[in-house]
Design a protein. Structure first.
Length: 265
């Protein structure tokens, strides 16, 4: 779909603002603070409150060259990356689905995936609060789609998606842990899969997500294990999140291409 420039700009600005909030979520939930207390954003080094004019997504980071105005401490590149990522996701959702409930669904899903992937990469944790919120938001969006279409079908599809995704990863977790004689994946990954299933609401897309994440995760995991500085524990969540995003936006095309290849063999 061709995207009008003013629409793209509106989606980008909305995404940047949401990304700024996601940074708060990403940095506060793992340390047990809620996103709303304390109200103001603060510097992770000196805890000085960040002034409103220094809290403009991307721009402030560039102008202050990634340093706190108060203590000159380095502000991680994660902050602008999350803002840019959320902005890009919102533009992608609107260009793919137009100004529709489906675009909102895609953007909300993408933002939860982004927050969860970054949190898992930083802390090796997928907080229940985040997956739970994502799960509830997905069900609410499915219910809204159902009301608009006058059918309970979207809610049923979301529930089936969650059950398929959660059970497949649940089985992989139990079987994998038995085979490896240590925890193959955390319970957080199973819950994340359930949340993903609510949004994908399609068993084929769920299986595509799990297959993609397993392939990419194995390749990257092997690479990291062979690297000189070994990382012993590699989170699975970021791969699951990435694969889920790819499946939502391009999954149908990928499945069709795959079927064509199979039919030709
Ligand atoms: Zn500071």
């Amino acid at each position: 779909m061709r995207l009008a420039p003013e629409l793209a700009a509106a989606a980008a600005f909305t995404g940047l603002a949401v990304g700024s909030f996601l940074n708060v979520v990403i940095h506060r939930i793992p340390i047990g603070e809620t996103a709303l207390t304390p109200r103001r954003s603060y510097c992770p080094h000196c805890r000085a409150p960040i002034r409103a004019r220094d809290n403009v997504p991307l721009l402030s980071y560039a102008l202050l060259r990634g340093r706190c105005r108060n203590c000159d401490g380095a502000i991680g590149v994660v902050y602008p990356a999350v803002e840019a990522g959320a902005g890009a996701l919102c533009v992608l959702a609107v260009s793919r689905f137009g100004v529709t409930l489906a675009a909102l669904h895609g953007a909300v899903f993408g933002c939860f995936l982004l927050a969860l992937a970054v949190t898992d990469a930083r802390t090796l944790r997928l907080p229940d609060m985040l997956t739970g919120l994502g799960f509830s938001a997905g069900l609410a969006l499915a219910a809204a789609a159902g009301v608009l279409a006058g059918t309970p079908r979207p809610v049923a599809e979301a529930a089936i998606g969650a059950i398929v995704a959660g059970s497949v990863l649940g089985v992989v977790r139990v079987a994998g842990s038995a085979a490896m004689r240590r925890e193959a994946m955390g319970l957080g990954d199973v819950k994340l899969a359930g949340m993903i299933g609510v949004y994908l609401a399609d068993w084929q897309l769920v299986l595509l997500t799990i297959a993609l994440s397993a392939v990419v995760g194995s390749v990257v995991g092997l690479g990291l294990r062979l690297a000189p500085r070994k990382r012993l524990e590699i989170p699975y969540g970021p791969f699951l999140a990435l694969a889920a995003g790819v499946s939502l936006f391009w999954g149908d095309a990928l499945i069709q291409a795959y079927v064509r290849v199979i039919l030709r063999m």
